[in-house]
Design a binder for this molecule. Sequence first.
Ligand code: AHR
Length: 507
Amino acid sequence: MKKVVVHSDQDKGIINPDLHSHFIEFLGSCIYDGIWVGEESEIPNYGGLRKDVVDAMKELEPPVIRWPGGCYADTYHWKKGIGSRKERPVTYNENFGTFERDMNQFGTHEFMELCRMTGAKPWLNVNMMSGSVEEMREWMEYCNRGEETELSLRREANGSREAFLVEYWGIGNEVWGGGGTMTAEGYAAEYRKYATAVPTFSKPGEFGKSYMKRIACGPDGNKPRERVRWTEDFFRALSEYRMPAIEGYDLHFYNWNLNPLEESEVEFGEKEWSQVIRGSLELEEVIREQYDLLQKCLAEIPQGEDFFAGKEKKVDLIVGEWGNWHGASFKSRPALYQQCTMRDAVTTALTLDIFHHNCDKVKMACVAQSINVLNSLILTDGSKCIRTPNYDVFHMYKVHRGARALVVTEDCGDDVYVFCSEKDGVINVNLVNAAYSGYREVHLDLQMETVCIQAFKLKGDEPTACNTFDNPDRVRAGETEFPVGSGNSYNISLPAASVSVFRFRIR
Ligand code: AHR
């Protein structure tokens, strides 16, 4: 029997809801067919946004949605995606083998409408590779300027009198790779201009105040040596002479399942199961390493000579893209389309719990991607739409948003993973049995009088279980039996390859 002791008097901080955020881009069928079908489609839609997908997203209440990329942001020109949809130019997308035309039907206004309907805050990523400082600045003016200017009037003419007030702006995407194959020093030099050109949108009398958040491109989390060098070199270069403003630092981490390259996402045994589970856990070390490096780099920045010499002491660490990337998806049509089994649901739970455990270090994280690409929460095919088991994990884990991340002592070993939070007098306990087979028994000591009020379990009939268009609810989270025990002491039996959430009200 494994033992878990929950210390509800000790916490690691508050879980920022933004850790449950999303990422979408025109890649494969994420946008077209996935989110956007157009007003004239026979598929039910809200002004072109497909109803089933929007309704599913609404239930999840995504805190932030990042768009237009990803790699697509690196060549995306926002002006091609505004104005009458009938007159928008046609461009072409080669990214990751998408090989499709972009009719630019889903642009800034359509994205903002998706955010409005789902209650998400938008994160726009600017094109630093084939775009310009001016193009970025104009996009910001178009979105956020309340006063009447040429661009804000154009926004009004295109349907929105209200400014969008976009807070999060990514300055470049993966600039070490598809975003320009830059060096850290080269990027820092470019970043300086972009960051400095960002308008404040302050009002008279608000000098020095701004809601605008510049998110710089962080390292490739999958390259252990390069990622250390990148962070050190970038901040060293950025802090020479006067340092530009920087509010966020966006690290990307994919759990690559490429051994062998054509590794299937649906056909696997215990060895491949364990490989993927282990891979997902590496992110914790990456976050801790990058957080420590960030603090060290910030502490080493020399103090400027006067009041105006900027010195940023706080930069939020963000994981702007994360998820399982199975090799077989390179040959998928639509591009990077993956099925999601219980293996993906378990790693989704483990990853969200890594963010929860490290909520003092990482402030925002976006799953890659919400629909039809990689670690999807939703899959579509023509008029059909299903929710993957990953969707259920996000849904079950909503209870942790804004909660205190509690300290836990445990001897669970390699198979059982635990995370606990407390909010409004309720202790929420996640228990993941990451073993391929076999039950695991856990004794839970809550150290105070409680009563169990809810219990949910997500489990398939086998580890490879997934939802398909023919069998859309084969794997679905549901209420499960309450643990045996009462007060402060409970025994729980966890089936293999399962994710559970138990909720206890403090008496
Ligand atoms: O999410 C798929 C791709 O992965 C993104 O476009 C890119 O940023 C990353 O390499």
